[in-house]
Design a protein around this ligand. Structure first.
Ligand SMILES: NC(=O)N[C@@H](CC(=O)O)C(=O)O
Length: 346
């Protein structure tokens, strides 16, 4: 029985840190365990230009408590007005690691996102030329399409046509939630990767809706049926280099989660590694946890894996705070609904 596991320090390839008081409150939760993270640009207003990304990067660095190390890998929020030259310059200057595509209206602060892919083709063509990855929120937003089908329909009607038109474009399917997403990523070549969140490995849609509505399990893309969760588990624990961790840890204060029109997002920065150790052990895949958390992501992004290590230890029931008390308000930490025995060694 394994009760001790040492891994290269993990990275988080999809993280929401927000800004101001919330940033200050949640950043230590990620920096405690993760060396680097892809920082999502859906602030209000969004991070659209290279200058805005550099300024946001500097605010993140300034919010980091003394003695903590953490490297934010910045992204730009793609709009129909994005200038290909600005994107290329920000990439060349080492300011941005990726560009994020939000279909307009798909999720939190996505109204400035893309309505018509044709309008952003010049940017995508430039990105393909320079090898800059596009991170894709893969859901259609048409009202006629059921929310549980939006990822599968996006793959067929937007993502696959885009990749056929521009095969050199490097694409990350963000936070996939369906067996269709898993199958599409598996069928892809080295230009395609997919992030999987912690919570989508743990919850299905019953967790949100059965026995009373549970707003802290509501996120986008919304958790699907159990068969989809099982497909995600199989993909994450397979060791397949196309799948890597992107927590999509997305803090919202409790007042906005426990609301008549509650915000989407699960906050998992605090307990992701403990939960993943539990999940991978359950699937007899602890030997593949390092690939998912620490190796596959850097390989896709053509970055070296981290040199330092963290150790996970199995012991007494793990404890973490139920809420992180930020100056913006309390943020509820994701509750897996089961006892976890894995700890991250201090
Ligand atoms: N995942 C979520 O439910 N919410 C994210 C946005 C996103 O990644 O969709 C957020 O910024 O709150």
């Amino acid at each position: 029985m394994t009760d001790r596991l040492t891994l290269r320090r993990p990275d988080d390839w999809h993280l929401h840190l927000r800004d101001g008081a919330m940033l200050k409150g949640v950043l230590p939760e990620s920096a405690r365990h993760f060396a680097r993270a892809i920082i999502m640009p859906n602030l209000v207003p969004p991070v659209v230009t290279g200058d805005q990304a550099a300024a946001y990067r500097d605010r993140i660095r300034a919010a980091l408590p003394d003695g903590m190390q953490f490297q934010p890998l910045m992204t730009l929020y793609l709009t129909e007005g994005t200038d290909p030259d600005d994107v290329a310059a920000a990439h060349a200057a080492g300011i941005v690691t990726a560009v994020k595509l939000y279909p307009a209206g798909a999720t939190t602060n996505s109204h400035s996102g893309v309505r018509d892919i044709a309008k952003v083709m010049p940017v995508l063509e430039r990105m393909a030329e320079i090898g800059l990855p596009l991170c894709v929120h893969g859901e259609v937003t048409t009202h006629e399409v059921d929310i549980f089908d939006r990822e599968a329909v996006f793959i067929d009607t937007v993502l696959d046509p885009l990749r056929r038109r521009l095969p050199e474009l490097r694409v990350v399917m963000e936070h996939i939630t369906t067996e269709e997403g898993v199958a599409y990523a598996r069928a892809g070549n080295e230009n395609l990767g997919a992030t999987i969140t912690t919570h989508h490995l743990i919850i299905n849609r019953n967790h949100i809706l059965a026995g009373g509505i549970k707003p802290h399990y509501y996120c986008l893309p919304v958790a699907k049926r159990e068969k989809h969760r099982l497909a995600l588990r199989a993909a994450a624990t397979s060791g397949d280099p196309r799948f890597f961790l992107g927590t999509d840890s997305a803090p919202h204060v409790d007042a906005l989660k426990e609301h008549a029109c509650g915000c989407a997002g699960c906050f998992t920065a605090t307990n992701t590694l403990q939960l993943l150790a539990h999940v991978f052990e359950e699937d007899s895949a602890l030997d593949r946890l390092e690939a998912f958390c620490s190796l596959n992501g850097p390989a896709f992004y053509r970055l070296p894996p981290n040199e330092d290590r963290i150790t996970l230890i199995k012991g007494a029931a793990a404890q973490w705070p139920a809420k992180i008390l930020t100056e913006a308000g309390p943020v509820t930490v994701f509750d897996p609904g089961f006892t976890v025995h894995w700890h991250v060694e201090a």
